[in-house]
Write a protein that binds this ligand. Structure first.
Ligand code: NAG
Ligand code: NAG
Ligand code: NAG
Ligand code: NAG
Length: 491
């Protein structure tokens, strides 16, 4: 009843006020359309004649100029001449004037405008394998396209990827941070959990929990730390400087929106701060103006025990400590590469962060698989590779990656990662899971009754016998298995 009454009242008031325009009528705006008086050296008119609108018999279209690029003005990589469904990697690095061709025809050619460097780095977008189909959300973000926020006095920088850069990455966001020797990422805390992998150099990290237990450790390239949400911590580069990766368990996390000790002290009344610390207000005469964020510091004492400022609650026990010396972990070696898994099984404080650090030899690949419970956030540390995301029911798209790129595959989409270069491909997979998990396609079929597999896929006895019963993780490159030699020089 009440809503009827309100609706009627709204109609009545509209009727009394006359017609309400539902949008601004831009035509009514008083915009001068004549060419203004221009600066010295200007000529012509800003707008063309009204007679150019619609059919224009006076000016027939010029169709003589061909957009087709003649065959002698471009090259094809040899893999471009193969069956598109073979989907061989197209190495366009040294190809003159690359074209988006698969399957050996002379078309389509690309008259431009174009950015050849981007196309060369992403040949599977430019000339997709014949097996790609449908549309998928973008799975790649190069950190080199992120805004680089610089610290104070050249002390470092940070660049990030969150849902602003990669909208599909809803569960995790990443940061690449550089601290020059002795520089700090200031004392801070934040809503998300923070998992970090050190890419270069060394660092001292320090934190405290709710019970007043403390943590301090020195870490080097290849090590990992984890700071649970809300726990205050600081990060200081040792004298070598440091660069590390941060992964947060909120896709829209912004590294620019953390809680900072410098702001905490600027955003509270000084009388309150004085009462809080039982000091004279003059104690705050030298607090910083503005954020410190990343700033130069005095060198950390070499002897870490000097910074072990424990209280009665002591230290955070080793069973729940915030660091893991992954650089010291022996890798699991398989033909084609190696892997180190780190998850809460051995690093319990890193609640819900399960990660695998893969090294894939040239020609080898991380096997076709999917994760059962989590999206995958990945970061390419060295080399180059590609992956195809298969999403139900019928979409597939292939993306190419170089060192410094972020990749993202939503659960439970299937994917592989193939080394497409001549150096080792090193990359991290990060999941939101208490145990690293994946389903191996090869093992799945190897452990499914042969008759069932044969009825589905029509495999020969020989193919059925090759299917593994053990999870391979990585498949070595074996060029004899390919129908063509994709490394053959282009003609
Ligand atoms: C760290 O960076 C330096 C300078 O580029 C380089 O020489 C060194 O190989 C890097 N170390 C690692 C572990 O990547
Ligand atoms: C605070 O310190 C200033 C400067 O040292 C001093 O003049 C003032 O009396 C002090 N105030 C109190 C309440 O102690
Ligand atoms: C800090 O002190 C505790 C004892 O309170 C000790 O167990 C721990 O190893 C010390 N850590 C360092 C880095 O010296
Ligand atoms: C390091 O510092 C601790 C605590 O101050 C001290 O007991 C220890 O002797 C120092 N070690 C060295 C090698 O100086």
């Amino acid at each position: 009843m009440l809503t009827h009454f309100l609706a009627a009242a709204a109609l009545l008031s509209q009727a009394l006020a006359g017609p309400v325009p539902n949008r601004v009528d831009k035509r009514a705006a008083d915009v001068p359309t004549q060419t203004p008086i221009g600066p010295a050296g200007s000529s012509g008119q800003l707008r063309g004649s009204k007679s150019l609108a619609g059919y224009d018999s006076a000016n027939p279209v010029d169709y003589e100029d061909s957009t087709v690029i003649p065959q002698d003005e471009f090259e094809l990589a040899s893999a471009q001449k193969q069956d598109p469904d073979l989907g061989l990697y197209l190495d366009l690095a040294d190809v003159e004037n690359p074209q988006p061709i698969r399957g050996g025809s002379q078309a389509p050619t690309d008259p431009g405008p174009r950015d050849r460097e981007i196309e060369r780095q992403n040949p599977d977008l430019y000339a997709p394998p014949g097996t790609d189909m449908g549309g998928l959300p973008n799975a790649k973000w190069p950190m080199g396209l992120s805004h680089n926020r610089h610290g104070l006095k050249n002390s470092g920088y940070t660049r990030q990827q969150n849902t602003d850069e990669l909208p599909v990455a809803k569960a995790m966001a990443g940061v690449d941070m550089r601290l020059e020797p002795n520089a700090y990422r200031e004392l801070h805390w934040h809503s998300a959990n923070e998992w970090s992998y050190i890419m270069n150099g060394s660092v001292r990290v320090q934190a405290m929990d709710e019970a007043g237990r403390v943590f301090v450790d020195d870490l080097q390239a290849g090590d990992v730390w984890f700071f649970p949400s809300g726990k205050p911590h600081s990060i200081q580069a040792l004298e070598s400087g440091v660069e590390f990766l941060l992964v947060f368990d909120e896709g829209d996390f912004s590294e620019d929106a953390t809680f900072l000790v410098s702001e905490l002290f600027q955003r509270n009344p000084k009388s309150v701060l004085a009462k809080d610390l039982r000091v004279n207000t003059s104690a705050f005469d030298n607090i910083p103006e503005g954020e410190l964020y990343i700033f130069p510091g005095t060198p950390a004492p070499k002897n870490i025990s000097e910074q072990n400022s424990t209280g009665p609650a002591g230290i955070i026990p080793k069973a729940n400590t915030y660091s893991y010396h992954l650089s010291q972990q022996q890798a699991y070696e398989v033909p084609g590469g190696s892997v180190k898994i780190i998850d809460p099984v051995t690093f319990p404080s890193a609640y819900n962060f399960a990660s695998a650090l893969f090294t894939i030899k040239p020609g080898a690949m991380r096997e076709l698989h999917w994760h059962t419970t989590s999206d995958e956030w990945s970061f390419f540390l060295a080399g180059q590779g590609r992956l195809t995301v298969y999403m139900a029911p019928d979409s597939g798209q292939t993306f190419d990656f170089q060192a410094g790129d972020v990749g993202y595959v939503p659960v439970p989409n299937a994917h592989y990662i193939e080394n497409t270069g001549t150096e080792d491909l090193v990359y991290l997979e990060v999941l939101q899971a208490d145990v690293y998990n994946d389903i191996s396609v090869a093992q799945w079929l190897g452990l499914t009754p042969k008759q069932v597999v044969q009825d589905h896929l029509g495999f020969s006895e020989d193919t059925l016998n090759r299917l593994p019963k053990i999870k391979p993780f990585i498949m070595p490159g074996d060029e004899d298995l390919l129908q063509t030699d994709f490394r053959e020089e282009r003609e």
